[in-house]
Design a protein around this ligand. Sequence first.
Ligand code: FES
Length: 168
Amino acid sequence: MSNEEIYSYKTSSSQLVKIAEIASRYKGRPEMLMKVVIQTQKIVTAFSASVAAVIAREMEIPQTQVYSFITFYAMLSVKPRGKYIIRMCKSAPCHIRGAKEIVTALEDLLGIKMGETTEDKRFTLEYCPCLGICEQSPAIMINDRTYVNLTPESVREVVRRYIREEVE
Ligand code: FES
């Protein structure tokens, strides 16, 4: 993917102001880039050229460094993603305790496969490493909330609440 394609997403100026405010807290501290990128992901679902430029300017680091950082972390995808990112733990304990059935329930309910985003840009399904709550597996995260001890029925019920926007 060329930089031009990656950077073809638009970001509103009010989003850029918020991102600038976050990045400016870490001026001259490139080691805080991870934190800035994670906080930025709460504001935008994709990193446009202007987002990278604003972070670079406010943190006083080269834009190329921001971009390589973003691409380095596969989890911090540069593709546009849904409003709700559903992350399914891919590690062994969850797998043993029924992750596959959870994935099937999610894919069937949303009509997409893992790694895809619904056409209305509301849901993205992806795998992630162990969420650190193996004793309550199988587990998923939806944005920054965790849901544990799931069954196909309970995960459908959780996601239906998001479909109906019955979550904050
Ligand atoms: S293996 Fe799934 S939370 Fe640890």
